[in-house]
Design a protein around this ligand. Structure first.
Ligand SMILES: Cc1ncc(COP(=O)(O)O)c(C=O)c1O
Length: 386
């Protein structure tokens, strides 16, 4: 797609079609900003013209992207979304839960889960996630909790239509998805995993990070959150036999625009190019940088990265160290204070602040320099705390 968009832009084909910008700028803008970075995007932004396939019913270059996504994650089938995991969750739930039916879903699931319930009239049975008193973060759904809830629902004769869990969570806590899938399937039900924050768990050879479980029937991942892809790109991965692929695709087509951005789709292709060719090396680099940064943190008195120590407790199977939850264990600095200092003093923009922790997200695209700046900042911060 990137290659074809380049060829088109270089050709003399005149665009008597959408979008209305016609791949042009007005004279005033050309004078002002001939080298404007946005010009480049306009120049390559097209609609579904001949030779550029159709996201609603892909058969060419978009089908190729979806096939490559399926291979990257070891899934039976993958669908591309340019409307994020939001569209993926809405579609998976709509496809698997009957109108006015019931979904067993973790408390604190993303708003798209509740919006899907609002649209279909389905009821949400909550799966409890504990809040960890040590850091104030929300933990995971355990296999035991899932089994208990399904057992109880079965006894009451009100089994849900499907189960949805979030793994990894925003802060990187991972559930025992394999075990949970076995339990859910034992009741003859499909499992949806909202894996929006786990797109980097690709199934490449010799991977240094966990690989997404292939047991859930549908897994939704936001490519844009943790991989080198543009905001809004996501993939819906289909594996199980309890889901109809065509039904999921029908709902993706309902929730997704009929005018998908080729810039976004091209960025999904670029992401695949990078991960297929360099994924292993980039992941190794990230792991080494994380090893060094976590080791440095261990030598500090107050600043602490909370997460990995909870594996095996609170329903947590594992923790994704690429999500760095910084905490001052002396309690002097709140998450919000840490956030402000990272931003204002060190010019490091965190992802978010909580009451006690401040979340910094890393990815395979982080540089050595970025990690060094973070290392210096946490060392200095630690020294400042009395
Ligand atoms: C757990 C979870 N699921 C789904 C989404 C939606 O993802 P997207 O922004 O790709 O639509 C988010 C967004 O933050 C999320 O945190």
């Amino acid at each position: 797609m990137i290659y074809e968009l380049n060829n088109l832009s270089a050709s003399d084909m005149y665009p008597f079609h959408m979008p209305g910008h016609k791949r042009q700028q007005t004279a005033s803008l050309e004078n002002n900003g001939g080298s404007d970075w946005l010009n480049e995007a306009y120049f390559h932004d097209i609609t579904e013209i001949d030779g550029f396939d159709d996201l609603q019913s892909p058969k060419g270059m978009i089908a190729d992207i979806e096939d490559r996504l399926a291979v990257l994650y070891g899934a039976k089938r993958a669908f591309l979304s340019v409307n994020g995991s939001t569209c993926g969750n809405l579609s998976a739930i709509s496809a698997l839960v009957q109108k006015n039916g019931c979904l067993l879903a973790d408390m604190g699931a993303h708003r798209s889960v509740y919006n899907a319930s609002f649209l279909s009239g389905c009821r949400i049975l909550p799966l409890e996630r504990e809040t960890m008193p040590e850091n104030g973060l929300t933990a995971c759904i355990s296999p035991e909790e899932t089994e208990d809830r399904l057992n109880k629902a079965g006894k009451e004769g009100r089994l849900p239509d499907a189960v949805l869990i979030t793994s990894p969570t925003y802060e990187g806590f991972i559930s025992d998805v394999d075990k949970i899938a076995d339990i859910v399937h034992g009741y003859g039900l499909p499992l949806i995993v909202d894996g929006a924050h786990g797109a980097h768990y690709t199934a490449d050879e010799g991977t240094c990070f966990p690989v997404l479980s292939s047991k859930p029937d549908v897994t939704v991942v936001s490519l844009h959150k943790t991989l080198p892809a543009m905001t809004q790109t996501a993939a819906v991965l289909i594996n199980g036999s309890l889901v109809r692929q065509d039904e999921v695709k029908r709902y993706i087509n309902i929730f997704q625009t009929t005018s998908p951005s080729y810039i976004l789709m091209a960025s999904a292709e670029r992401c695949l190019d990078i991960m297929e060719k360099e994924g292993f090396v980039l992941k190794k680099r990230l792991r080494e940088n994380l090893d060094r940064t976590y080791a440095l943190c261990k030598s500090l008195r107050h600043i602490y990265f909370t997460g990995p120590e909870f594996a095996g407790r609170y329903g947590i199977y594992d923790h994704d160290r690429s999500k760095i939850n910084v905490m001052d264990r002396s309690g002097h600095m709140t998450g919000h204070k840490l956030y402000d200092i990272f931003r204002e003093k060190y010019h490091l923009q965190p992802e978010k602040a909580g009451d006690r922790t401040c979340l910094l997200l890393t990815s395979v695209m982080d540089t050595e320099e970025g990690f060094q700046r973070l290392g210096r900042a946490i060392k200095e911060l630690d020294e400042q705390i009395a």
